[in-house]
Design a protein around this ligand. Sequence first.
Ligand code: ZN
Length: 166
Amino acid sequence: MRTFTIVQYPHPILRKVAAPVAMFDQRLASIARRMIATMYQNKGVGLAGPQVNLSERIFVFDASEKRDQPQVVVNPEILHLEGKHVGDEGCLSIPDVRVTVERAAEVWLKAQDAAGKFFEIRESGLEAAVLQHEMDHLNGVLILDYLPVGVDLALAKERPSRLAAR
Ligand code: ZN
């Protein structure tokens, strides 16, 4: 399958608020499949529309150990956030950068699948962080925005991490 080229920071599309998906057609199904293939090819745990140059509210993720449970999330809306979790995150669009990000420990989303069917998803731990990271992408927010004031990109590149990029 033909994969996408991942858009790299500071490409301006990464800062745009993505538009809701309106058409649940063959094009969208094909985009979803290609995004999943692109995510696996780049060893990411998540990938959002703007990262493949599509300013649309779609992302894919798979935080499973065997990497065999890809999920497609379209037009997500946060229903509930709870708790606090701090972890190091990377991003496929910002290579070699790791940022410590504080997020909710649990997240509950409402979304549509690639066929337009509504579903709810509740995650905690790594999956919850991935969901919030991808939601951020749809709103033009990047992990760089969580850097403490005074810490620049060069310093962030030296930070070690155990987590995969997304
Ligand atoms: Zn990212």
